[in-house]
Write a protein of this length. Structure first.
Length: 84
């Protein structure tokens, strides 16, 4: 199966990209997911990463924290994601 690949920009420029461009990076690194955009777009805007491996690890930390959170809003988010 052949697909079109979209190059990802240099990591240093990620914080200055538009929301749509940052969402495209998340979609390229992970599977396209609106909930992941909601969780991680701000992280990509406010954090300067040394590498894409660091970015992926930071998103992973966010996901672990969400899965372990006892906050009602986080539980609601997890339940909604199970339905999609």
């Amino acid at each position: 199966m052949s697909g079109t690949t979209h190059p990802i920009p240099p990591i240093a420029g990620v914080p200055s990209l538009s929301t749509i461009e940052r969402a495209s990076i998340l979609d390229a690194l992970f599977e396209p997911c609106t909930a992941l955009h909601t969780l991680s777009l701000d992280l990509l805007h406010t954090t300067a990463f040394e590498s894409y491996n660091d970015l992926i690890a930071s998103v992973g930390v966010q996901l672990i924290e969400l899965s372990e959170s006892a906050l009602p809003s986080d539980r609601d988010c997890r339940e909604l994601n199970k339905l999609s």
